[in-house]
Write a protein that binds this ligand. Structure first.
Ligand code: COI
Length: 355
């Protein structure tokens, strides 16, 4: 590895775009901060990284990622408080998962410390782009693409690693209606379900479109073999509360190991709640919903944060969940995580990187 953070070459924008941002109405993922980081891989090693103005890439139409989808990404967020302190939440978890995705997709890895240092350097440079409005943050998108100009099938020998950032509002602006998917499949054992690989998301679009036409914003995927067990929702992991018990599918090779989900589990345990991370059947969720014992259900993800689920559809029947304002656990965990990520509560679990 030839890259040391001190080697980072920085070219700043001549004119910042920051004045053109409507800070009161930020959609998710459409506004981009001034700078991006790029690092190329060739001849078996990473080249020197650069930070430069955010701009278009130039790629040959033969670039291998465009044909075979050898690409991975991460999603992280930075937060800023009124004192202008910046916070990253568990960035080392994203660095670790990025490398796990890289190995599965036959791509080169990046030392975890270096990955986090890059994030820090880019976010620090554009720290004025981090919104301070409640519920807003800076979304960080590290990703890697295969760049060989070659139309044959083989792992690329060249790659481009990049990071850009976007000031964002909520991913879901209201409680979501979800459909339990029992026909299409997101991931099967031995596949790429645990990797943050672009193709996983591309393959989800058609089933999600059908669900959207039926009035549901998201799918809850089930296992590929029997469609009997709950997996995840694609943009987020899922967590349920039945009676006093918190339930969430445990990570596996078909479920993304979500940082928000695992943080919720640790928090719930710390609060003395009963938590079960295990295989969860669709049947037990539906029986609980029918018996009014399903008191809470929500998605957990970096982009989605804690996204309350309003309705669960299964086999054509809608099951309505309790009003969001009456849900103790998800409201409490959302507010605790918000405080935690803005440094306004003790960093009890050592999850914060502040600068
Ligand atoms: C994230 O939560 O960061 C994700 O990657 C989900 C993405 C579909 C926006």
């Amino acid at each position: 590895m030839s890259t040391e953070l001190m080697d980072l070459n920085i070219t700043k924008v001549e004119q910042s775009k920051i004045e053109s941002v409507d800070w009161e109405n930020l959609p998710f993922g459409r506004v981009f901060s001034d700078h991006m980081l790029i690092m190329d891989y060739e001849n078996g090693a990473w080249n020197k990284p650069t930070i430069q103005p955010f701009e278009n890439l130039s790629l040959t139409p033969a670039t291998s990622v465009l044909h075979y989808g050898q690409t991975i990404f991460e999603g992280m967020k930075a937060y800023r408080n009124k004192e202008d302190e910046v916070f990253l939440f568990r960035p080392e978890q994203n660095a670790k998962r990025f490398n796990q995705s890289a190995v599965r997709m036959c791509m080169p890895t990046i030392p975890e410390d270096t990955f986090v240092d890059f994030i820090k350097a880019l976010v620090d440079l554009d720290r004025q782009w981090i919104p301070t409005k409640e519920g807003y943050s800076m979304y960080i998108r590290p990703f890697m693409i295969a760049t060989d100009p070659y139309v044959g099938i083989r792992p690329s020998s060249t790659y481009k690693f990049m990071i850009f950032t976007c000031p964002v509002g909520s991913y879901y602006t209201e409680p979501v209606r979800v459909k339990i998917e029992t026909e299409f499949t997101r991931a099967a054992h031995g596949g790429t379900g645990a990797a943050k690989a672009g193709g996983n998301y591309a393959a989800s679009l058609y089933p999600a479109k059908i669900a959207q036409e039926q009035g549901y914003q998201q799918l809850i995927w089930t296992d590929a073999k029997e469609h009997k067990y709950i997996e995840e929702a694609g943009t987020m992991n899922v967590v349920f509360q039945i009676g006093n018990k918190i339930l969430t599918p445990r990570s596996s090779d078909t479920i993304l190991d979500g940082v928000t989900r695992k943080s919720v589990v640790e928090i719930a345990k710390d609060w003395g709640l009963e938590v079960e991370e295990r295989k969860i059947t669709v049947e037990e969720i539906i029986i609980a919903a029918k018996n009014n014992e399903l008191v809470d259900a929500f998605g957990a993800g970096t982009a989605a944060t804690i996204a309350p689920i309003k309705t669960i559809n299964f086999e054509g029947v809608d099951y309505e969940l309790p009003a969001v304002e009456n849900r103790d656990f998800s409201n409490k965990v959302l507010s605790y995580l918000n405080d935690y990520k803005h440094g306004s509560t003790e960093d009890k679990f050592n999850w914060i990187l502040k600068f």
